[in-house]
Design a binder for this molecule. Structure first.
Ligand SMILES: [Zn+2]
Length: 144
């Protein structure tokens, strides 16, 4: 995910070095689905949703969630969207830009990063609802 301008100052000055270190640790592959940085892939839709196929190779089809090999499919029979180039990003697992310990950072492709963030946002929303309900309980009266 690109760094938002308002968060720019929250990143450490040596972010480029940190980023390089995490990418090297990951072997320049997504640490979730194993796609390589710069690889050209197509993501499946409809019958092939949840999978991807590489431009290189012999029609291998991989699971989008963890990169395991599912089988083979002719490119002409694969139901895909469009070719995209994988660009690895560095995710902060706790979503705090200042926390740059290696164990808090993960090299992820765009899809895995979005999926990780979506999961986090859902969890945050759940906690917010729970907190709101708890406050509601505080003000509940016996007349309810
Ligand atoms: Zn990925």
């Amino acid at each position: 995910m690109p760094i938002k301008p308002e968060n720019r100052s929250r990143y450490q000055d040596d972010w480029e070095q940190i980023r390089e270190r995490i990418l090297a640790r990951a072997g320049h592959c997504c640490e979730q689905c194993r796609v390589a940085n710069g690889d050209v892939i197509v993501r499946g839709i409809d019958k092939d949703a949840g999978t991807f196929q590489r431009f290189e190779g012999n029609g291998e089809v991989y699971a989008a969630d963890d990169g395991r090999l599912l089988g083979h499919c002719k490119a002409s029979e694969y139901c895909g969207n469009r070719w995209t180039k994988v660009v690895l990003t560095i995710a902060h697992l706790d979503h705090v830009p200042e926390h740059c310990d290696d164990e808090n950072l993960k090299a992820l492709c765009q899809r895995c990063h979005l999926a990780y963030d979506a999961q986090h946002h859902a969890e945050t929303a759940r906690q917010t609802r729970r907190a709101r309900n708890a406050i509601g309980d505080l003000f509940a009266t016996n007349e309810d």
